[in-house]
Design a protein around this ligand. Sequence first.
Ligand code: FCB
Length: 484
Amino acid sequence: MTVTDPTTAAHSSVAVPRVAFPPGFSWGAATAAYQIEGAAAEDGRTPSIWDAFAKTPGKVLNGDTGDVAVDHYHRFREDVRLMADLGLTSYRFSLSWPRIQPTGRGPAVERGLDFYRALVDTLLEHGISPVATLYHWDLPQDLEEAGGWPIRETAYRFAEYAALAAGALGDRVPVWTTLNEPWCSAFLGYGSGVHAPGRTNPADALKAAHHLNLGHGLAVGALREVLPASAKIAVSLNLHLVRPLTDTPEDREAARRIEAVGNRVWTGPMFKGGYDEDLKADTAHLVDWDELVRPGDEAEIGRPIDLLGLNYYNPTVVSAPRDNAETAEAARNDGHGDSEFSCWPGSEDVVFHLANDDVTAMGWPIDASGLVDSLVGMHRDFGLPLLVTENGAAFEDVVGPDGEVDDPERVRYVELHLQAVADAIAAGADVRGYYLWSLLDNFEWAYGYSKRFGIVHVDYDTQQRTPKTSARWYAEVIRRGGLA
Ligand code: FCB
């Protein structure tokens, strides 16, 4: 791949990558409902699993919640103006299920839909193309209490909600994604419990995975019935770019296991006709796959989609267990939060290693080569047009005495990853857009407001928005179309 001289990007002047992107490439930023909207109890919205989880003591750092978040619900016009000032051509946001269908059943709430109609209309007025994600982790709490994703019924509820949302917004939203990172919903939500709803049962995590897949497939079917033929349907997966620590058979076996339960659990049924035998064998002691997967499910999940979204932050380096005390301590770091329960059902013994020591404030290693490899591999394996639906970084931002936020590390991170996208395109991958995570600083799940991913700084006391250096830099990249 092309290597960027990090010194050119490590200062705050506007440095533009010397790479070309195809005409029509979508220059975007991404957010999610619970992380930015606030207005948690307004206009008929009821609690989601994240409201309940955040209010459970000890689950979210500092007891932070999304009750107010960055008040986007009331400030969306200002936020869209900011996007327009940056020159974004597209914006990826998520719809809050409990705002649209509060209990997860029954008719839609018009006031909830009105918010999204107004948001989408404002985007369109500014020439910004909306990408709507149906599920970015905020299951209505009522559905969790009825059993949540480990029960099959939830998949059907999701498809019904998808049809309601598409019926209201389908005339003006050209791109829909079903699920955001279902791996996190299943394995952090029901396995390690670091995400809502905070359950810790490996069998439930696997059942949740299948029902998320089924919900995706059923929703694709429902969306196709409701949406105009021109609409495109996608899913956003955080496919792990797994590398074995060494080339030994043991480390390669560890990588195979993590690829199976991290990636192929989704891509198998979505794109390859079904769940792989090795995944089922690795987890057969936890679930009875023959009972879980009913006849016809895999065909349902495999309904064709139009675009595949990748959320990429860092590569994943794994090894077989090592009885070496030094690595044992450091090596549990899979970047997915601390828990005594594993988020890798059936492969709990696999050891995770940092790809390098150059890390973001999340402790996630910076290595854009994994993005090239991911995109090229996805192009080869699935043959679909691709979107990078999330990529970005948290750093310890400092507001200067002049009120400005100079974030050269974020500029460097994004530049390296845009270079990677260009390299993947040069290698033949059909990448159609890039969505920077995130437009605004926001509620970073179990880390609350302690981690800032925005290219626009938010003062959480005053809700004042201040574009960081990275925002101005990104605006310049967009203005030039990434061209030298
Ligand atoms: C992804 C999530 C997104 C955000 C980033 C940092 O896993 O999809 O909401 O939290 O991580």
